[in-house]
Design a protein around this ligand. Structure first.
Ligand SMILES: [Zn+2]
Length: 352
């Protein structure tokens, strides 16, 4: 089979094995086959990955306690082997909760920066949620400002404090936010190999991007990669051609690190990209497409600044026409120019 037709077969098998088990309330959940013994499990707009080996299961993100409880039952019924490893894609609360469900049989693995994000200080957060007043706890403004400025894209919804303010004091301490995140048992710095039941999964830290503690899972025998938001953020559904959310100058990490992250993934030998968001599966070429968007944006902003244009001028004149058919083009073009400008200025990469 050619790579293209094996990709098509994987998609078809995914459809055949899909078991939509939506609860009466709550997010739609399903399990689909990706390739070989690699499966994807979905919780609404969030997704994780798992690998079934004769020695047990290697699982990606637990996502949250309700999902993990459901998943544990599904895995026990279908595969009859325990989860031996849980691998965190990054430490953000909306992907990393719920691991305690698997703690009776699993070892937890993450990039070493996850320990910094769980040391009691304000952790790295998605969606421009920052410690704006530098008091070490999450205050209502720190959720409301990005949420109200960029509704449906950055921040969180009104349910943030209802969900995470466990002691109801009107603020969320890092320990409250992370109450349901199980700390990793093993951390690594650049790369790590997991072997189980004669099978192999390679873990790679690609660099700084949407988070500062990302892990990419690579399944070499199945030619599959699992990675979360830097490759496909929460706005992506079936098509990866979607303008980035561009929250808080690209999550406070230099664009050069984002590009490095894409290049690190592109250096892996694989066919299928299973992302942490989106209902579809993507291909290796999609990673290059996303990288090229960032490179074109950086080039346009840098050239405009060198011509002496103000940010306001850049927002009016950089049309990114090559990307006008991408999802979110109308809504997010200007924000991407603004974020790139602020990012490049903050890290002094383009303007010197
Ligand atoms: Zn995240």
């Amino acid at each position: 089979m050619t790579r293209l037709s094996s990709f098509g077969a994987a998609l078809l098998l995914g459809v055949v094995f899909a078991t939509v088990l939506a609860a009466q309330r709550g997010p739609a959940r399903d399990i689909t086959n990706v390739a070989g013994d690699v499966y994807r499990a979905r919780n609404g707009a969030w997704a994780t990955i798992f690998y079934v080996t004769p020695g047990g299961i290697i699982l990606g993100d637990p996502i949250n306690t309700a999902f993990s409880t459901w998943l544990k039952e599904q895995l026990a019924q279908r595969f009859k082997v325990p989860v031996r490893y849980v691998v965190y894609s990054h430490s953000h609360f909306d992907h990393a909760e719920g691991g305690a469900v698997f703690a009776d049989t699993a070892t937890f693995v993450a990039h070493e920066n996850m320990l910094r994000n769980m040391d009691g200080r304000y952790p790295h957060m998605p969606g421009d949620m920052l410690d704006r007043n530098d008091n070490g706890v999450i205050d209502p403004d720190e959720i409301d400002i990005p949420t109200k400025t960029r509704p449906g894209v950055c921040g969180w919804g009104p349910g943030f404090f209802t969900t995470w303010d466990h002691n109801k004091d009107g603020k969320v301490a890092p320990a409250e936010l992370q109450r349901d995140i199980r700390r990793p048992d093993i951390v690594y710095s650049e790369r790590m190999r997991l072997t189980l039941g004669g099978r192999v999964v390679d873990l790679m830290h690609p660099g700084l991007n949407h988070s500062d503690d990302a892990t990419v899972m690579y399944f070499p025998a199945e030619r599959v990669v699992f990675a979360t938001e830097f490759l496909a953020d929460a706005l992506v559904t079936t098509n990866i051609r979607s303008l980035p959310s561009a929250c808080g100058p690209y999550d406070g990490n230099p664009l050069s690190e984002w590009i490095k992250s894409y290049r690190a993934v592109e250096a892996l030998d694989f066919d299928i990209l299973a992302a942490g968001h989106g209902t579809g599966l993507f291909r290796k070429a999609d990673v290059a497409t996303t990288r090229e968007f960032f490179q074109d944006l950086i080039a346009a902003v840098t050239a405009g600044v060198k011509e002496g244009k103000s940010l306001e001028d850049l927002e009016k004149t950089i049309l990114l026409e090559k990307y006008k058919d991408w999802a979110q083009y109308e809504r997010l073009r200007v924000y991407n120019i603004r974020s790139a400008y602020q990012n490049l200025k903050a890290y002094r990469q383009a303007f010197d």
